[in-house]
Design a protein around this ligand. Structure first.
Ligand SMILES: Nc1nc(=O)c2c([nH]1)NC[C@@H]1CN(c3ccc(C(=O)N[C@@H](CCC(=O)O)C(=O)O)cc3)C=[N+]21
Length: 291
């Protein structure tokens, strides 16, 4: 048996088409969603992401505002820019690309973003809202994984999910979203005892550790759904956290890298921007996007 490929690239394209339709409807009412992306410094990978975010933002009909600041920008200057974006009615979503240069306090910067414009869902208020089941902005990568899982499995209720990785941007919010869908969730990490045996219990395995080929084929329960969040640049090109060739012989379904979770992250950023725009204008949330 060989696993079904979960085509995140195609799913993301469909999602963007749907978002474009909703943007056109808003524009007919005189509302154009706007997304501001702030990049501090010149990290080459970050530049690639920011360019592709800007391009896709325009493709769905939204306004894109890019702000590039030198790496040595004082934190106060970045905070002043965020204040201006918070106050700008043309800006519905604000994303500050991470990681920030070492002299900046990431938490302070993120928490300066108006929570209703925090389309990354990283602001402490959105983290708390997600954890307590209130309407929030939800982090894009876990949201994209959730959409792929629901599409593949339907209900996640009662499924055993193992999330490897406990970061604030992927592991923890992923666990919250799975829990909200009534999965039984375990968060595993570098100190977890007998990680392979734990993973073999999982109907849903989400790998978000940032180590190439970390998850072996023998870690996977036959028929399991495997979501690979890893984006590791190696001499062999872009590889995930899962040994894809080994895993696909065992799993029921698996996301590839590239073409899996990555494209969903950007599509969900646009989905959150659309939702933020609807909320800012007192309109109902668009269906099936930001949960
Ligand atoms: N505030 C903030 N929000 C983010 O969402 C954020 C961030 N900072 N910092 C960096 C990470 C990384 N990230 C990716 C987005 C798309 C792809 C993506 O589209 N990947 C393609 C391949 C792209 C390639 O070839 O490099 C794929 O997997 O198929 C990957 C990674 C968003 N991030």
């Amino acid at each position: 048996m060989t696993a079904t490929l979960i085509d995140g690239k195609a799913f993301a394209a469909g999602l963007r088409a749907r978002i474009a339709t909703e943007v056109a409807a808003l524009k007919a009412r005189g509302i154009t969603p706007g997304l501001a992306v702030v990049l501090v410094g010149a990290d080459p990978a970050s530049q690639v992401y920011v360019r592709s975010k800007g391009k896709q933002t325009l493709e769905v009909g939204m306004n894109s505002f890019e702000h590039r600041l030198p790496a040595e920008t004082p934190e106060a200057e970045l905070l002043a820019l965020i204040e201006r974006l918070n106050a700008d009615p043309a800006v519905n979503g604000i994303l500050v690309q991470l990681p920030l240069p070492g002299h900046m306090n990431e938490a302070a910067v993120i928490n300066a973003i108006a929570p209703e414009k925090d389309v990354d869902g990283f602001h402490i208020l959105n983290v708390g809202r997600l954890a307590t089941g209130q309407k929030a902005m939800v982090p894009c990568t876990p949201l994209g994984c959730l959409m792929l899982l629901r599409d593949r499995l339907g209900s996640l209720s009662g499924k055993r999910a193992v999330v490897i990785g406990r970061s604030n941007i992927v592991g923890k919010p992923m666990a919250q979203l799975l829990l909200r869908d009534s999965a039984t969730v375990t968060i595993a990490h570098s100190r977890t005892a007998d990680l392979p045996a734990l993973c073999r219990e999982a109907d849903i395995l989400v790998a978000a550790v940032g180590r190439p080929l970390f998850v072996g084929g023998d870690w996977i329960r036959p028929g399991a759904t495997v979501v690979d969040v890893g984006i590791n640049r190696t001499d062999d090109g872009l590889v995930g956290d899962v040994d894809f060739e080994a895993a696909r012989k065992v799993a029921g379904a698996i996301t590839p890298v590239p073409g899996g979770v990555g494209p969903m992250t950007i599509a969900c950023l646009l989905a959150n921007t659309l939702t933020a725009t609807a909320r800012a204008n007192g309109l109902p949330d668009p269906d099936g996007l930001t949960p």
